[in-house]
Design a protein around this ligand. Sequence first.
Ligand code: ADE
Length: 243
Amino acid sequence: MRFDVFTLLPEVFPSYLETSILKRARERGLIDVHVHNIRDYTRDKHHTADDAPYGGGGGMVMKPEPVFESIESVLGLSANTENIPIILLTPQGRVFNQSIADELSKHPRIFLLCGRYEGIDERIREHLVTDEISIGDYVLTGGELPALILMDAVSRLLPDVLGDPTGAQDDSHAMGLLEYPHYTRPPEFRGWKVPDVLLTGAHVKIDKWRREQALLRTLKKRPDMLEKAELSKEDLKFLENLK
Ligand code: ADE
């Protein structure tokens, strides 16, 4: 899968992309990330990418020309461009979640446009971008961190990116519930014991315990998620018995 990122702060990206799982995924050719500096597409001698808003008021607005030109020039080099989502990261977008990550992971290529300053010229939103995504109801100084978050969440869903092939299946949110608790050695630490069932090797019992723990913590921490989760008869009975 290929990501093309359009930003005024390209230097933000390498440190994260060159470490850990995303680095390995890039080295193995599972993902490919191209970061484009919007300022390279300005034509004036000061490389102006922003300007004062019409109508007055504070702050600066990202100019349309370099944004259109950067995205169009990269699109122009590509085949089959109609189906490439051009996503603006903005607090006004639909709120990112696991099912949007899933949906995006099906695309072979995605463009990500990072907003900066107080805003972007509305014509970019109306005539260039095809989707708008927010990573939550709070305002950051720009779309760079949201773009990294989106790439991270989407990349780990791609085949072979995670070392464990079942890695993403049991994740919190993947199954509509929060994930069950994990333990590793030692079996006792400062007097706190690992639950006995996990030491038995009895997989049917362990699966049942994990499912119940996932239900319990979802009920406790995110009861809103239970309303949308796919629950079996046993799940419902377990929850009923808790009352
Ligand atoms: N840019 C600024 N704040 C943002 C947010 N919450 N999500 C996505 N892009 C943003």
